[in-house]
Design a protein around this ligand. Structure first.
Ligand SMILES: Nc1ncnc2c1ncn2[C@@H]1O[C@H](COP(=O)(O)OP(=O)(O)OP(=O)(O)O)[C@@H](O)[C@H]1O
Ligand SMILES: [Mg+2]
Length: 271
């Protein structure tokens, strides 16, 4: 479990309070989306949780271990991976094997091989194992960045706008990976402003100027989708349809906001 407790933050040399007394938690196995307008502090809280930026005010507990003031970072670093928006900025090596094995130093060759195969399989990129990274599309590069994290066998994965730069086919592939990671028990924080990613979340936290404006549970999304609009997030089409149907007295309780589920539920209701 991740607990963020009374976290405030200012960047060095600036008087602006970027985060102002944030309190929230992420339960094991959840997907939590953090959304908000540009500059609301989403990436900053992601980097604080991942231990990339040092926390000076407040506490962040990763499985009961407090990482404030840079304490215990080595203890928790293996537990958390972070995927950034632009894979091009993260790639160091040209060979996929070199890229993925870089952070697996100290493990036996067999263990490295088996972890790399397992990770590439999870992102459906095993067939590309011997390819050069620079020959891949942006979406495929992003899947390799996800594999790099999976090879380290973390418990928590933070995605910071993972599909913003990727075409719609590539986006769908990454959503599929996120869903399957969720199913296999990973705990995921997804920083995003994309409606489709919010539909994957068990809970959505809306940040506004460094504070939490709202927390919305998945089951309340239809009734509260106008709140998303207020904070600059384009309302997901599916939620818009569900909300309109509700106004006509047709309530569909979807466990999963996928188009397939919607079609199944509407057929059951109307046919
Ligand atoms: N290294 C830094 N030094 C100083 N200010 C920074 C630094 N990084 C971010 N900021 C400022 O902190 C604020 C919050 O930034 P952050 O990147 O956390 O927001 P965000 O919600 O992720 O925005 P976006 O949607 O654009 O990614 C912004 O005003 C930004 O300019
Ligand atoms: Mg950001």
């Amino acid at each position: 479990m991740i607990i963020v407790e009374d976290v405030s933050f200012k960047y060095k040399g600036s008087n602006n309070k970027i985060l102002d007394n944030l309190n929230f938690s992420v339960n094991d196995g959840e997907i939590v989306c953090i959304v908000g307008k540009n500059g609301s502090g989403k990436s900053t809280i992601g980097k604080l949780i991942a231990g990339i930026t040092k926390l000076k005010n407040g506490n962040i507990f990763i499985d009961d271990v407090n990482i404030s003031m840079g304490k215990n970072i080595d203890l928790v670093r293996d537990k958390i991976g972070i995927v950034f928006q632009n894979p091009e900025n993260q790639i160091i090596f040209n060979r996929i094997y070199d890229e993925l094995s870089f952070s697996l130093k100290g493990l036996s060759k067999d263990e490295v091989e088996s972890r790399i195969d397992m990770a590439l399989r999870q992102v459906d990129m095993l067939d590309f194992k011997d390819c050069d990274l620079y020959s891949l599309s942006l979406g495929q590069k992003q899947r390799i960045m996800i594999a790099e994290i999976l090879a380290k066998e973390p418990k928590y994965i933070i995605f910071d706008e993972p599909t913003t730069m990727i075409d719609s086919e590539g986006k769908e592939k990454i959503y599929k990976i996120m869903k399957s990671l969720h199913k296999s028990g990973f705990t995921i924080i997804c920083i995003t402003n994309l409606a489709d990613e919010i539909l994957l979340a068990d809970r959505t936290i809306i940040l506004d100027k460094g504070s939490i404006a709202y927390e919305i549970n998945k089951k309340d999304l239809v009734d509260k989708c106008n709140i998303l609009k207020k904070y600059g997030i384009h309302e997901p089409t599916l939620l818009e349809i569900l909300s309109s149907l509700k106004k006509f007295g047709i309530t569909l309780d979807l466990k999963d906001y996928s188009l397939d589920n919607f079609i199944r539920a509407i057929k059951e209701k109307l046919l």
